[in-house]
Ligand binder design. Structure first.
Ligand SMILES: [Zn+2]
Length: 305
């Protein structure tokens, strides 16, 4: 595999390397994206569930879209977006149930018939205040997988995002190719990020994502994750680029429960587009396929403490 020295060059040229990493990450997801046959179980079109509560009241809504109530529509309009349909209530019986001990599951989608997808945003390089403003306005749930060496110059940036109810998860100290590391070094990458994120954000990350998805299904990495605290390894089904997603599924369509990978990126990595433009385009791609965005952690039962 061409996993040449990305980890060596990353620190100095992270921004320039990001596009290469992106291409790699997607290819890696295609080849090793965890569960092998999600399409078989979710390919049949699922009738949209009636959304619970919140009857649409906004006259400004696009025909066919279920809009949240008035003030929200204005917030979406501020970002030149049409409101996404609200996600259904979180399931009482969580589709993913994590255990306190033992091997951790590896998954790239969640089993659900809800017409929802989950957005995960990785690394933490771009720290655009406009994105905080956008999420504060839109209240779209995200899950963040943060890399210590990439966020440590401004841990504070992510705190208002966390205050919105968004969870922070483990994505190593310096974004290496995990399968090239010894078990001891793998542990250092995960445990040290776990400690830093726990200290900074007041809660221990529940989930881990290996950079590039690499090594996700190896026993060595599974053991390293277990020894550091996270209770699942989370991959993805789609990878957001600049204006559209790359899909692992041949039909290039979202399926209920898909986990989408995006990154904290700015104009240098996005060919001039901003983080908020990328994110707006992501929401538009989700909306045009009739999906809502739900909170990943609402579909996961953490181990009983
Ligand atoms: Zn990453």
């Amino acid at each position: 595999m061409s996993r040449y020295g990305l980890s060596r060059t990353r620190t100095r040229t992270y921004a320039a390397g990001a596009l290469a990493l992106l291409a790699f990450a997607t290819a890696c997801g295609d080849n090793g994206g965890g569960s092998a046959a999600p399409a078989a179980t979710t390919a049949a079109p699922t009738a949209p569930k009636p959304t619970t509560g919140a009857a649409p009241t906004s006259a400004a809504a696009t025909p066919g879209a279920t809009a949240p109530a008035g003030a929200n529509a204005a917030a979406w309009a501020k970002w030149n977006l049409t409101p996404l349909a609200p996600a259904p209530a979180a399931p009482a019986d969580k589709p993913v149930k994590l255990e306190r001990t033992g091997p951790v599951p590896v998954f790239s989608e969640v089993k659900t018939t809800d017409k929802v997808v989950f957005i995960t945003i990785d690394d933490g390089a771009e720290k655009d205040p406009k994105f905080v403003e956008m999420l504060t306005d839109l209240k779209v749930p995200i899950s963040m997988f943060l890399t210590k060496d990439i966020v440590k110059n401004d841990y504070g940036y992510f705190k208002p995002l966390q205050a919105l109810g968004n969870h922070i998860h483990n994505h190593t100290v310096d974004h290496p190719v995990m399968s090239k590391l010894s078990p001891e070094k793998q542990k250092a990458e995960i445990c040290d990020d776990q400690a830093a994120l726990t200290q900074q954000y007041g809660t221990a990350p529940l989930l881990f994502r290996p950079p590039f998805g690499d090594g996700a299904n190896t026993p060595t990495l599974n053991t390293s994750v277990q020894e550091c605290g996270p209770r699942a390894i989370v991959l993805w089904r789609e990878s957001m680029q600049i204006h559209d997603m790359q899909y692992q599924a041949a039909d290039k369509k979202l399926k209920p429960g898909d986990i989408i990978l995006a990154h904290f990126r700015g104009p240098k990595e996005l060919k001039g587009a901003t983080m908020t433009q990328m994110f707006g385009d992501l929401l538009a791609r989700i909306q045009e396929q009739g999906f809502s965005v739900a909170r990943l952690e609402d579909y996961i039962q953490a181990p009983a403490s």
